[in-house]
Design a protein around this ligand. Structure first.
Ligand SMILES: [Zn+2]
Ligand SMILES: [Zn+2]
Length: 165
């Protein structure tokens, strides 16, 4: 379960790199090119200029990470990740990303046997038959790891590995 919730791991390294470069690049551009040309801003004290140039472009970093997250997240959910990345990146005010988070599909399980993506409700891989979840020995349906009894047929469940009786 922990790998599903690792937000940082879902974001591709490319998006992180682009985000940091944008932050750094725009920050330096503001500090050394734009601010010195603005007569009003030149009245500001140096530390205030530093702070502004450090904080203001930070939203670019967040935006790059957000778009990167949509890419990685849509991919692992078996959605059209390229399309969603464009929508998240191009629709202004992060509205594309918000729509994505509202309508996204559930996370897919990856079969350890053949790497096929399987829907979360599946107890067995549809391709190779590997057990994906613990399943009930009585009715064969998937059961949660902490269940003591099968919620589908009521059979008592032992503790332990997938596919136990
Ligand atoms: Zn499989
Ligand atoms: Zn059962």
């Amino acid at each position: 379960m922990s790998q599903r919730n690792g937000v940082w791991k879902v974001i591709p390294a490319t998006a992180k790199t682009i985000g940091f470069l944008l932050w750094l690049g725009i920050g330096l551009l503001m500090r050394f090119v734009l601010l010195p040309r603005d007569p009003e801003m030149n009245q500001w004290s140096e530390w205030l200029k530093d702070l502004l140039c450090f904080v203001a472009p930070m939203f670019l970093l967040f935006y790059a990470l957000l778009v990167g997250y949509v890419y990685g997240d849509a991919k692992r959910r078996g959605m059209r990740h390229v399309l969603w990345t464009f929508i998240a990146a191009l629709v202004p005010y992060a509205i594309g990303a918000i729509i994505y988070f509202v309508i996204r599909d559930p996370v897919l399980d990856i079969c350890p046997g053949c790497q096929t993506q399987a829907r979360p409700g599946f107890a067995y891989c549809p391709k190779c038959g590997t057990a994906l979840k613990r399943s009930c020995g009585g009715c064969g349906r998937p059961v949660e790891a902490d269940w003591m009894n099968c919620a589908h047929c009521g059979r008592k469940l032992g503790a332990g590995a997938p596919q136990d009786a």
